[in-house]
Write a protein that binds this ligand. Structure first.
Ligand code: ATP
Ligand code: MG
Length: 419
């Protein structure tokens, strides 16, 4: 029996990979315009990093991590997200001493042990961005503007930006208690996970997708009513700046995010087209995170975009590969001996050239040229070799020119450049 890949981990095949490359390049171009530099961190980190940053009582740490012991009995984890590794790297390399503001982006695979379904996989990919060192709500707004800019440029229309504020260590505990008081009498009506969450992570109950939990929390107090003055002013300013530049958003006071490190502004880019997998991108501010990991007291904010969901949203909108400039149909050894160096020299000049490598018939070579959608086809057989001239067909307008075999390279270069 042949060996198959691992459940929930996908191959990205030619035909789809062009879309991925396009989206990745778009992110590189846009993010670098806004001043972000790429950082590449390993896919494996010490388990402790994720437990300490994401939080013990979160879905990720409780049940989704790929954790294993290496041969020296160190507990390692395949990264479930990118923020914690990037912050680990920021601290380890003392990046704040090089520049008071760091704007970083990353892209690559993440791993979570989840039940695979459309838009939810065990190896998936994120493109993420982080800004460290700025408190001002201006940067929250700019991060959201950049995220919207990216979605616009990617041609994705059916998404909307939702924002919320999760408060800070000053005001969140008060809200948390209010929520516990509200939820406790309803304990019996909640799902088993949420019954546990009342004690471990009550805010997460608001995010539960089970209908009876949604119903039970419909009238829950809003976190926005419990913000302290500082958090309230910050959130108001973020909205002011979004309005200034015409970035659309709506406020969703029930959006709590699944990671413990968020403070103040949080947000999601959501869609109605992917069923329960409604978030295509998500992020927020994480002012205490760097310090809690042993780094300097620096504020941060960032987001991650799920690439698989982004690709699904683009639907059949595929990127087409560039067509070959020329296919050389060579018949016989002598013709191939002429074609091979010709092809090589044109390839090194940047033309996209292909030929037959296995001695196929003229008919089958022409079929191949057609399939590749070659712009031009050069036919070289015994007759052409004897004659010293070969026909060059233009496949788009069905015209033909004769080129001299002795001046083939220069003539072809000229004709291909002319288009
Ligand atoms: P969800 O609520 O769908 O589980 P999440 O809150 O766990 O999402 P984040 O940790 O915020 O997601 O990750 C950011 C983005 O990464 C998500 O918005 C989504 O697009 C993508 N993502 C997260 N988990 C998966 C997964 N298992 N498969 C594919 N994409 C994912
Ligand atoms: Mg999740």
């Amino acid at each position: 029996m042949s060996i198959t890949g691992i459940k929930g981990m996908n191959d990205i095949l030619p035909g789809e990979v062009e879309t991925w490359q396009h989206l990745e390049q778009l992110a590189r171009d846009i993010f670098s315009t806004y001043g972000y530099a790429e950082v590449r961190v390993p896919v494996v980190e010490k388990t402790e990093l994720f437990c300490r940053s994401i939080g013990e009582a979160t879905d990720i740490v409780e049940k989704e991590m790929y954790t294993f012991s290496d041969k020296s009995n160190n507990s390692l984890t395949l990264r479930p997200e990118g923020t914690a590794p990037v912050m680990r790297s920021f601290i380890q390399h003392k990046m704040h001493t090089l520049d008071p503001v760091s704007r970083l982006y990353y892209m690559g695979p993440m791993f979570r042990y989840e039940r695979p379904q459309k838009g939810r996989y065990r190896q998936f990919h994120q493109i993420g961005a982080e800004v460290i060192g700025i408190d001002s709500p201006l940067i929250d707004a700019q991060v959201l503007v950049m995220l919207s800019h990216f979605f616009d440029a990617a041609g994705i229309k059916d998404v909307s930006l939702q924002i919320n504020s999760l408060g800070c260590p000053e005001c969140r505990p008060g809200y948390r208690q209010m929520l516990i008081d509200f939820l406790s009498p309803k304990r019996e009506t909640l799902c088993a996970d949420c019954q546990r969450r009342i004690d471990t992570n009550p805010l997460r109950v608001l995010d539960c997708k089970v209908p009876t939990c949604k119903e039970a929390t419909a009238k829950a107090p809003s976190i926005l009513d419990g913000l302290c003055e500082g958090c309230n002013d910050h959130f108001t300013a973020v909205q002011k700046h979004l309005k200034q530049v015409g970035t659309d958003y709506s406020i969703n006071p029930r959006m709590v995010r699944g990671l413990d490190y968020y403070t103040k502004t949080t947000f999601e880019m959501v869609t109605e087209n992917l069923g329960a997998q409604s978030a295509v991108a998500a992020g927020g501010r994480y002012d205490g995170l760097i310090q809690s990991l042993g780094g300097p007291a620096q504020p941060g904010i960032g987001f991650a975009i799920g690439l698989e969901r982004l690709v699904l949203l683009r639907g059949d909108n595929r990127i087409t590969l560039p067509r070959p400039d020329l296919f050389i149909a060579a018949l016989g050894d002598e013709a191939r001996d002429l074609a091979f160096p010709l092809m090589t020299s044109l390839l090194t000049k940047g033309f996209k050239i292909d030929m037959d490598f296995s001695g196929k018939s003229l008919k089958s070579q022409l079929r191949r040229a057609d399939k590749l959608q070659a712009r031009k086809v050069l036919i070289v057989g015994e007759g052409e070799l004897a004659d010293g001239n070969a026909p060059l067909r233009d496949m788009d307008n069905a015209t033909q020119k004769t080129v001299s075999l002795t001046r083939l390279a220069t003539e072809l270069e000229k004709l291909l450049t002319e288009g």
